[in-house]
Design a protein around this ligand. Structure first.
Ligand code: PLP
Length: 394
């Protein structure tokens, strides 16, 4: 080994043990890479829960002026926070912005977690919760999910068990509603009972990345909770929203958190002063106002979700209930095999059962709901691939 490489290795060894122990987040395969690898041209990516309709035209228009690229962005995010405050009826002081909600999750971990403390979350929760927790040296207390044969919410978060897992060293609970990668959710009465059981001293991150996709009728009768209303009532609730999903702005990296102004002020202390760039600020503000695009995206997703869930179930596959913009399905075969075979058909999905999976989802793949044409193509590819793989396996 060269002296140069020996020192590199030494430096890697000197990083904090708990940082060295993190297994890296596996990103979905980029379309270009798949195209090169398999010599394909017509590829559909249904792997990262992006909006198949693109971005709001109003958001695109808002980014046309590049006159101010040499000026730092508004680090206070005044205009976007004002728009969020107005739309959701919250005080601007109850909002902070993030470089995606990923950034906000990191801020919570940095401010509240350290060695000796712990964060509680469910098995099959969003992979980033484990990453941000481990990066601080805090313990991740992963609570088993509801069983696969649960009558209404297989693989869902077991809120009573999560409440019971909280101890004197718990500072944060992470809960995505609906959850990624399962699509499962908790109802208003379930969440309320949970929040009443959680000590005031624990920050409950309620990650609502997919909540805009939820049928408004579910909000109306409590089948799905309004996190922003609960955040007004429970000062320890911190709601997170993102512009990466229904608003179609994943590339720009922008999200926001709503909570008690004192908690928000803490997050503001650990964030980069200019964590959200100016094009993202402008686009997000325009996207927020584009009700037509939001309604259309929700409607297209609802139709596609229903279509995909029924089509997969009619093939005898078991589908996890979902209110999000994806379905997670048990293929009955190792997920990695199905993923590879679908890739060869030009369909990129997300295999579960990675290192962060605590078991039980090793045959599941997650398919983002696309346009009707994309959904049909994904189904046709599934039919082909499952028939071939079953023949080989049997
Ligand atoms: C996609 C997603 C996010 C959003 O991430 P960004 O950093 O805002 O792109 C947050 N939480 C969950 C559960 C998600 O699936």
């Amino acid at each position: 080994m060269s002296a140069y490489d020996r020192i590199g290795q030494q430096l890697s060894g000197q990083a904090l043990d708990y940082v060295r122990a993190i297994s890296p987040y596996v990103i979905g395969k980029p379309v270009d890479e798949v195209a090169r690898e398999f010599g394909l041209t017509d590829i559909i990516k249904l792997a990262s829960n992006e909006n198949p309709l693109g971005a709001s035209p109003r958001a695109r228009a808002a980014m046309q002026s590049l006159d101010d690229l040499h000026i730092y962005p508004d680090g206070s995010g005044y205009a976007l926070k004002t728009a969020i405050a107005k739309k959701f009826d919250v005080a601007p002081s109850a909002i902070t912005l993030g470089n995606g909600s990923n950034d906000l999750l990191e801020l919570v971990a940095r401010a509240y977690l350290s060695p000796g403390r712990n964060a509680v979350f469910s098995a099959h929760a969003f992979a980033v919760y484990a990453l941000v927790t481990q990066a601080t040296g805090a313990q991740a207390k992963i609570v088993p999910a509801l069983p696969p044969d649960h009558p209404t919410m297989p693989y869902g978060a077991d809120l009573p068990a999560m409440a019971a897992a909280i101890d004197a060293d718990t500072r944060v609970v992470f809960l995505a509603n609906p959850n990624n990668p399962t699509g499962t959710w908790v109802s208003e009465p379930e969440l309320r009972a949970f929040l009443e059981a959680v000590p005031d001293s624990v920050v409950v991150v309620l990650d609502e990345a997919y909540s805009e996709y939820v049928d408004r009728a579910f909000y109306a009768d409590g089948r799905f909770p309004d996190g922003l209303l609960l955040a007004r009532e429970f000062p320890n609730v911190l709601v997170m929203r993102t512009f990466s999903k229904i608003y179609g702005l994943a590339a720009l990296r922008v999200g926001f958190a709503v909570g008690h102004p004192q908690v928000i002020a803490i997050l503001d202390r650990v964030r980069q002063p200019f964590n959200v760039n100016s094009l993202a600020l402008k686009a997000a503000e325009a996207a927020l106002a584009d009700e037509e695009f939001i309604l259309h995206s929700r409607a297209v997703n609802a139709t596609g979700l229903d279509f995909m869930a029924k089509a997969l179930a009619s093939r005898g596959l078991s589908v996890i209930p979902s209110l999000a913009n994806f379905v997670t399905v048990n293929t009955g075969l190792p997920a990695g095999l199905v993923f590879d075979a679908l890739l060869r058909e030009g369909v990129i999905v997300r295999p579960l059962g990675g290192k962060s999976d605590t078991g039980g989802l090793s045959c599941h793949i997650r398919i983002t709901i696309g346009t009707q044409a994309q959904n049909e193509r994904a189904l046709a590819a599934m039919d082909l691939v499952l028939t071939t793989l079953r023949a080989t396996a049997g």
